[in-house]
Design a protein. Structure first.
Length: 774
């Protein structure tokens, strides 16, 4: 049995369909020659005129069966061509019986035998079924309804012409037509009109549209026979030898088209077809104005019906146009919204902001708030852009809540937001009050990931006529001034603010050069045993040895390093250098000389995915054990979401101790201790200042002592070490020691110093120990 691949190569495609078409064309030509000879000479029986149809139909049927076997095709196309092949086989059988009857029956022209008529009628019905089963390719209900109306209008329009000038005369011809002939002509007309109107609306499909149109047009042959009806049944019989064989010829041409088709063609909307049908249905009324017999009345009824259908179709078209207009307007609104609003947050975008701000400044006074999220890049880099997007959406919601109807919240791009207050529209709205509301909305954790967001806000107001960019520049300067003051701040612009801000920006530009030039130094501030006056640890602090300015204050360059992201390499340098120096001190002075070294860690470092690797590398390169290192973190750093807490737990698992710096200054310190694996809490300097005053003194002093006492009691209950910061005199040290604090640091005890000075301090301490021992 041949495989499928073999059946697809039964014959070359350039040969087989052409051969079938040539054979059918030869049969049609021979039949036409015979008709001319017979018409001129009258020689031979008229029955020869019946032979061309079964011969041509047999060749066409064979071509269709070969097409099914030779060409791979969709099941829908295979079913269509199989039905058509069977239909033409039935035509072959039916007309063969008719030809046999013409030679064996009476000499006058025979009536088609009932068996032959049944076969041919079955063929027409099967062909109509095959065409009807081809899918139109329209799934929309509204489109199907419109297409049905169009096809119905076209069917009645074309059918009226064929009926009036073809079928109706058959009933009035001198020689009456047999019921079999009337049935076949009627069915062929229905098939032709219905098939052609359907093909006109077909979309892409497995059956080639041109081939399908040729198949549908085979029905026109029957209609063509009807147009010869003026001479009666006997008068047209010889003429059938020329007209009827055209059906197999078109079928063979359809097979060739399907065989060589390269692909489906796109559907073209035939919107002209209903209007052509109107002209067609009016044609009998124009050509036969005085004919009011039954056929004329039928034409009038068809015209009325088509007119009614056209009215319905126009109503449907009007509704469809109205729907399309609504959709177009909605689409334009969506497009306008997309153009003027941020796709992620739904807030107004930069373009709409500038447009509204320009209009506001033309009318009167306007206020702008520029809002910049602090450390958002760190969230994106460490937690991923998806979580960052969720956070931006949450921020946008908080902005809407804070601003309300008093201004326009805007996302300028990235982590930059803005608020526009048009005082002509919004009245005397206080920009500072809105800034406070925004910061209040940002105070708690945001999004499903419970991330804490800080923002720096710059506020600027300008009168009417101010240049748009000038106002934005002032708000930008104020925003950078807010960043310099620390996180979660707002600043209103005032004259002269640019100079310190620009100086800060210049410092940021110098930081990279300073890192490359090795201008940073690590200073160490001792942490002292308050009872014995001994150094038990050091806090590692960074200093910038500027080539022209000398030592630059950390308060001046640390915010710039945070803002530029250079705090990560800077913090890495401090970590590695402090670990190296601590290992050197331990090697020189022994394990009891220095218990711990405590570098500070920034928020950006905690969000850096390589931070844990940096810590391991620093310990390994220095040969320092993890229990000798304490990482100091601020409360705001710890409150930066679950990813930070996970990093801290992993560091704690490595044996590194964690200290919570500036303890007591935030609102969440106590709750933090439950989730944060702290080993040390450092009492903030604000609670140490003035603690030496008598308890009967000021209420402020009493409150400070109460806080300090509460912290030490809580730390003991939680098994935490405590360090008191900012001790500036001996009275403070004595008071803290009396409250239970054993460790402290401050300028009174020892100032931050270079590594060499601390080395001498440790050497002096060792010498004292040796002297006491001696």
């Amino acid at each position: 049995m041949a495989s499928f691949a073999e059946t697809t190569q039964v014959a070359p495609e350039s040969r087989v369909p052409r051969l079938h078409l040539a054979v059918v064309a030869a049969i049609v030509a021979a039949s036409a020659v015979w008709f001319v000879v017979w018409r001129l000479t009258g020689i031979g029986p008229a029955g020869y005129g019946y032979l061309a149809v079964p011969a041509g139909a047999a060749v066409a049927s064979h071509a269709m069966f070969r097409l099914i076997r030779a060409v791979p095709m969709d099941p829908v196309a295979r079913r269509f061509w199989r039905l058509m092949a069977v239909a033409f086989a039935l035509v072959t059988a039916g007309f063969s019986i008719l030809a046999w009857a013409s030679f064996t029956g009476p000499q006058e022209l025979p009536t088609m035998p009932m068996v032959a008529a049944a076969l041919v009628v079955s063929a027409f019905l099967m062909a109509m079924w095959a065409v009807g089963r081809v899918p139109v390719g329209i799934t929309n209900r509204s489109e199907r309804w419109k297409q049905w109306l169009d096809r119905t209008i076209a069917f009645f329009g074309c059918g009226t012409v064929l009926f009036t000038f073809g079928i109706a005369p058959m009933f009035e011809s001198p020689d009456p037509w047999s019921p079999q002939a009337l049935t076949m002509v009627g069915l062929s007309t229905v098939m032709a009109v219905g098939g052609i109107t359907k093909v006109s609306y077909l979309g892409r499909g497995p059956v080639d549209r041109v081939a399908l149109r040729l198949v549908a047009m085979t029905g026109l042959v029957g209609a063509g026979v009807a147009f010869l009806a003026a001479d009666g049944y006997a008068g047209i019989m010889p003429g059938q030898s020329v007209v009827m064989p055209l059906a197999p010829l078109m079928a063979a041409a359809a097979v060739r088209r399907q065989w060589t088709a390269t692909g489906a063609r796109p559907r073209r909307a035939n919107t002209w077809l209903p209007y052509l049908a109107i002209a067609a249905v009016d044609l009998p009324l124009v050509l036969l104005p005085d004919q009011l017999d039954w056929s004329g009345r039928a034409a009038i009824a068809a015209a009325v019906l088509v007119t009614a259908l056209v009215a319905v179709r126009q109503y449907v078209a009007i509704r469809e146009n109205a729907r399309l207009l609504r959709e177009k307007r909605a689409s334009e609104e969506r497009l306008r919204h997309e153009v003027t609003h941020d796709g992620l947050t739904g807030l107004a975008n930069r373009g709409l902001f500038r447009e509204r701000l320009a209009a506001a400044l033309d009318r009167g006074e306007a206020t702008v708030l520029l809002v910049d999220l602090d450390d958002f890049k760190t969230v994106n880099d460490s937690l991923g852009h998806e979580i960052g997007d969720h956070l931006l959406i949450a921020v946008a919601g908080s902005m809407r809540t804070a601003v309300g109807a008093e201004g326009l919240p805007v996302r300028l791009g990235g982590d930059e937001f803005a608020v526009l207050i048009d005082h002509c529209q919004n009245g005397a709205v206080d920009g500072e009050e809105i800034a406070e509301r925004v910061l209040a909305e940002f105070a708690g954790p945001m999004s499903a990931h419970q991330l804490l967001v800080h923002a720096s806000i710059g506020v600027a107001t300008a009168p009417a006529g101010t240049a748009l960019d000038h106002l934005l520049r002032e708000a930008d300067v104020a925003m950078y001034a807010a960043k310099q003051r620390g996180k979660a701040n707002w600043v209103r612009y005032h004259d002269g603010m640019e100079q310190p801000v620009f100086a800060h920006a210049r410092i940021g530009g110098e930081l990279r050069r300073a890192l490359d030039a090795d201008e940073f130094r690590v200073y160490y501030q001792p942490i002292m045993d308050l009872a014995r006056g001994r150094v038990i640890g050091v806090e590692a602090l960074v200093r910038w040895q500027h080539p022209t300015r000398g030592l630059v204050s950390p308060a001046e360059f640390i915010p710039a390093a945070e803002g530029t992201g250079l705090i990560v390499p800077l913090g890495r340098f401090v970590l590695r250098e402090s670990c190296r120096q601590a290992a050197a001190w331990l090697a020189e002075f022994g394990p009891d000389a220095l218990q711990k070294v405590a570098p500070n860690v920034s928020v950006r470092q905690l969000h850096d995915p390589d931070f844990r690797t940096d810590v391991r590398a620093a310990l390994a390169d220095a040969g320092l054990s993890a229990d000798r290192v304490v990482l100091e973190l601020t409360e705001s750093a710890v409150l930066r979401g679950p990813q930070v807490l996970q990093t801290l737990h992993e560091l704690h698992g490595m044996g590194i101790r964690l200290a919570l710096d500036d303890f007591g200054t935030g609102e969440s310190s106590l709750s933090l201790l439950r989730a944060f694996p702290a080993s040390i809490v450092k009492l903030d300097k604000s609670f140490v200042d003035g603690i030496e005053l008598d308890e009967e003194g000021t209420p402020e002093a009493a409150a400070r002592q109460a806080v300090a006492r509460a912290v030490i009691q809580m730390a003991r209950a939680l098994d935490l070490d405590t360090v008191a910061e900012g001790i500036e005199n001996q009275e403070q040290a004595d008071r803290l020691l009396g409250l239970g604090y054993t460790l402290g640091q401050g300028f009174h005890l020892a100032r931050p110093m270079p590594a060499g000075d601390l080395t001498r301090l440790l050497a002096e301490q060792r010498d004292r120990d040796l002297a006491v021992a001696a």
